[in-house]
Design a protein around this ligand. Structure first.
Ligand code: FAD
Length: 452
């Protein structure tokens, strides 16, 4: 059976529902396919979405009541030597209700996003995988599902994330190279809300050390050990790139070793945290965080005849912080706008869709964040082994220095100017969002989900 749509969106993670909703709001007949039974189920368990995603991303999120776990108001950087914390940097902290980001579990957040898309008229098919693309005369004309259905459309938006090869099948992109990919191990611990409040407050916490300490990957070859804090749980997480100093180590084994070392040596864990937590789950995932730093990856297209690629599938994760939700949202909005224009013009050619590429490049954040070398450059500290240089770079990365003009300050100013030009009323809406999100968190009251 052949079914015809204007737009097929593949993937109901963070980016897909935003693109699908905007297409449907513009009057396009839109379907969204999701391989898992419930949106968000196949995305990483939980994360912290930086605030710039909310401020400059889709209006319906900013003005809605999505299920957040904890407003994150500060970053606590701890420096560890010989198993002891010898210095801390808490320079990045904001007064309530302002935040640097919001922690959330992916499942409820993606359900909330998909619910908004369905409210706008999107047909959502879960437990349905797009296994191939339909190509005719060099144009993507739809997808084939795992059930053998043939779904046809004028445009396919690939929002299928990292572990999805539709754009490869369409001949538009190639596989991510191993140097770009970080393997993550994440521990999900229950912790009573009062304990999270007293031990961490509204902070997320990072533990930085030189490689000899073996509580994390060599500098620049992974993420430092981080603790994301939720309402009544915490996630320590560790990551390392599949290729480290030109070699392919057994990363899965190393990550376990680093965490074992941390939990046996560091007093902050043994005395403040361990007595109050209970392990619930251990999860693994991969992220192509350095895709924007590797020229052959960065140069790969994210559009072709009849197809637009957004979010992780296009390699839009930030190289310095590993966050990808803001760029998934920004690229989703750009893609939906271009899909509408191309369908109206009756031209879905690569030449027409080039405007998607141009707008992605003109976005204040996407290119800036995927080419940020701060994390990669940490490897230089390895050579000098200088503690002072290490601390200085951490302050510029995870501390107050993150707001310097050449880092996030410049893009934020540019995006602020652009947003005010488009809608001067946004100046009042931003503080209102901070207040409402904070109140929602304090009262633990969010929009009901379709799965409740
Ligand atoms: C360990 C880890 C930690 C992270 N931490 C953060 C963080 O703190 N902050 C942050 O902003 N970002 C973080 N990220 C990145 C973030 O998860 C992604 O950037 C974001 O989810 C990208 O959104 P997306 O819509 O492109 O893809 P996804 O959210 O991955 O969604 C893709 C969806 O497509 C579905 N799908 C895939 N293939 C098909 C198919 N063929 N047919 C149908 N459905 C399909 C999947 O099931 C999934 O639901 C983290 C990622 C990892 C792995």
């Amino acid at each position: 059976m052949v079914e015809q749509y204007d737009v097929i969106v593949v993937g109901a993670g963070f980016g897909g529902p935003v693109a699908a909703k905007q297409c449907a709001d513009s009057g396009l007949h839109t379907i969204m396919l999701e391989r898992s039974k419930i949106p968000g189920e196949k995305v990483v368990s939980g994360l912290v979405i930086p605030v710039y995603g909310f401020l400059f991303g889709p209006e319906f999120i900013r003005e809605g009541n999505p299920p957040i776990e904890r407003p994150i108001r500060s970053v606590m950087n701890r420096f560890v030597k010989n198993g002891e914390i010898y210095a801390s940097d808490h320079s990045l902290r904001l007064p309530a209700p302002f935040t640097v980001g919001y922690s959330t579990y992916c499942k409820p957040f993606c359900i909330w996003l998909a619910d908004r898309a369905v409210d706008s008229g999107v047909e959502l098919r879960t437990a349905t995988t797009a296994v191939d693309v339909i190509i005719e005369n060099g144009f993507v004309r739809g997808v084939i599902t795992d059930k053998g259905e043939e779904l046809r459309s004028k445009i396919v938006i690939d929002a299928g994330g990292t572990q999805n090869n539709l754009s490869l099948k369409a001949g538009i992109r190639k596989k991510f190279v191993p140097e770009a990919i970080e393997l993550y191990m994440i521990w999900d611990f229950e912790m009573a809300k009062e304990d999270v409040d007293s031990v961490f407050g509204n902070s997320m916490e990072f533990f930085h050390a030189m490689p000899d300490e073996k509580i994390g990957a060599p500098l620049g070859y992974g993420s430092t050990l981080y603790f994301f804090t939720y309402r009544d749980s915490i996630h320590p997480g560790l990551g390392q790139f599949l290729v480290t100093e030109g070699k392919i180590p057994n990363v899965a084994k190393l990550l376990r070793e680093y965490f074992d070392n941390f939990t046996t040596k560091v007093r902050r864990w043994r005395e403040d945290i361990a007595p109050k937590v209970k392990l619930r789950a251990v999860t693994w995932d991969v992220c192509p965080i350095y895709a924007g730093l590797i020229p052959e990856m960065r140069k790969m297209p994210y559009f072709g005849n009849g197809m637009l690629i957004i979010g992780d599938a296009a390699g839009f994760e930030s190289a310095a912080f590993g966050d990808g939700v803001p760029s998934a949202w920004f690229s989703a909005e750009i893609a939906a706008g271009v899909a509408l224009e191309s369908i109206k013009a009756g031209d879905t050619s690569k030449a027409f869709l080039k405007r998607y590429g141009d707008r992605v490049k003109a976005d204040p954040f996407i290119m800036h964040t995927i080419t940020d070398t701060r994390r990669w450059d940490m490897r230089e500290v390895l050579k000098s082994k200088s503690e002072n240089e290490h601390k200085k770079r951490i302050r510029d990365h995870w501390g107050i220095g993150a707001f310097r003009y050449k880092y996030m300050g410049g893009p934020c100013l540019k995006a602020t100017g652009r947003s005010i030009k488009n809608d001067p009323g946004i100046i009042a809406k931003w503080p209102e969002m901070f207040r409402r999100y904070y109140r929602n968190w304090e009262e633990n009251r969010f929009d009901r989900l379709s799965t409740d």
